[in-house]
Design a protein around this ligand. Structure first.
Ligand code: CO
Length: 350
């Protein structure tokens, strides 16, 4: 990625959030600070990571902070050495107290918030980033198919959840993108049923699984809804509506649209079938280092979809007490449409 220093009217950028630090360095760490300037890149960390940070020493000057040393004094010293006046910082990440420290420590410099700029930059994925997300999705699908094959009447949500995590890691995932959602029957009507229970599966239950895995720092995300036997008639009806809404949206989403326009593709169809009120969440979200990042694909979203963005398309309908349906694919936005990164079938009754 290339930082446009001129456009942002800064000469240096300081990244302290784990996500942006990783984005700018491709080096995972729980503590540190990445400093980018036009001339030089610096990675400030402590002794826990100074050894591992050698992996990026060809592009970054590694500075190890010693006990008693203050990060802001170190930063100020580097900025003075490089003749920097304007510094970009992450205004969306700071706590009030860390901002106060930053302001005091860097009082000789002009500070400018650049969180929005970084989010926008991150929303468009490079080839390498897309490849990592695609690999995460391949791993997720392989694990999902194994788990789906082995789901049996009598299993609990907790057991299926455990199988999902186990199979994901065994298949090569570095970790999970978020706590998987495994919901049976009436529990699937809660869009974010994120605590698996002892609820045991019955043949007539609808099953909703929403999960993703991480690969080299990047997330995948998918949702499938299915059953082992015939489900209540209305669940079959909403399944068909959700699937058609998703297919329609996937067929028409393309670069140049707003997040609102993309969302409306599915929402209007669901509304016209009488279930607008039961589709309470947004159609999708950008995905990358974070499972939810820019752009927002929502009713009120003014985000413009651009070529190279990776987003999800996940319409849903939820009927309290009965069950819910959500189907989620992850796609790359292009000028002419989308490239679907999700291959898994969308069969309701297995
Ligand atoms: Co999602």
């Amino acid at each position: 990625m290339k930082i446009d220093f001129e456009k942002n009217k800064i000469e240096a950028l300081v990244a302290m959030s784990p996500e942006n630090r990783f984005y700018l360095t491709d080096f995972p760490s729980s503590f540190g600070c990445a400093v980018l300037t036009e001339k030089e890149k610096i990675f400030i960390t402590d002794t826990r990571y100074s050894e591992a940070a050698k992996a990026i020493q060809e592009t970054f000057k590694i500075v190890t902070i010693k006990s008693g040393e203050k990060l802001h004094e170190l930063l100020a010293g580097e900025f003075k050495r490089l003749g920097i006046e304007n510094v970009g910082y992450e205004d969306s990440f700071m706590t009030v107290s860390s901002f106060k420290n930053l302001k005091d420590g860097l009082k000789d410099f002009k500070l400018k918030g650049i969180s929005d700029y970084l989010s926008e930059l991150r929303s468009i994925k490079t080839e390498e980033e897309r490849q990592r997300i695609a690999t995460a999705q391949e791993i997720a699908e392989e694990a999902f198919k194994k788990v789906r094959r082995n789901i049996k009447v009598g299993m609990s949500e907790r057991e299926v959840y455990a199988e999902l995590v186990w199979e994901s890691l065994r298949t090569g995932a570095d970790g999970m993108s978020f706590d998987p959602i495994v919901a049976f029957g009436e529990n699937s009507a809660k869009p974010h049923h994120n605590q698996p229970t002892e609820r045991r599966l019955e043949k007539k239950d609808i099953i909703l699984i929403d999960f993703g895995v991480k690969h080299k720092g990047y997330c995948s995300d998918m949702t499938r809804t299915f059953s082992l036997g015939p489900v209540a008639n209305e669940l079959q009806v909403i399944y068909d509506i959700v699937l058609k809404a998703q297919e329609y949206a996937l067929k028409h989403i393309k670069a140049g649209m707003t997040g609102h326009e993309a969302d409306a593709l599915a929402r209007e169809y669901i509304k016209s079938n009488g279930y607008g009120e039961q589709f309470g969440h947004s159609l999708g979200h950008g995905i990358g280092i974070n499972v939810h990042e820019m752009p927002r694909i929502a009713d009120k979203s003014k985000c413009i979809l651009k070529e190279g963005m990776v987003i999800t398309c996940e319409p849903g309908i939820y009927l309290e007490g009965l069950g819910g349906v959500r189907i989620e694919d992850m796609v790359v936005v292009t000028e002419s449409g989308i490239i679907n990164m999700t291959y898994c079938d969308k069969i309701l009754e297995l």
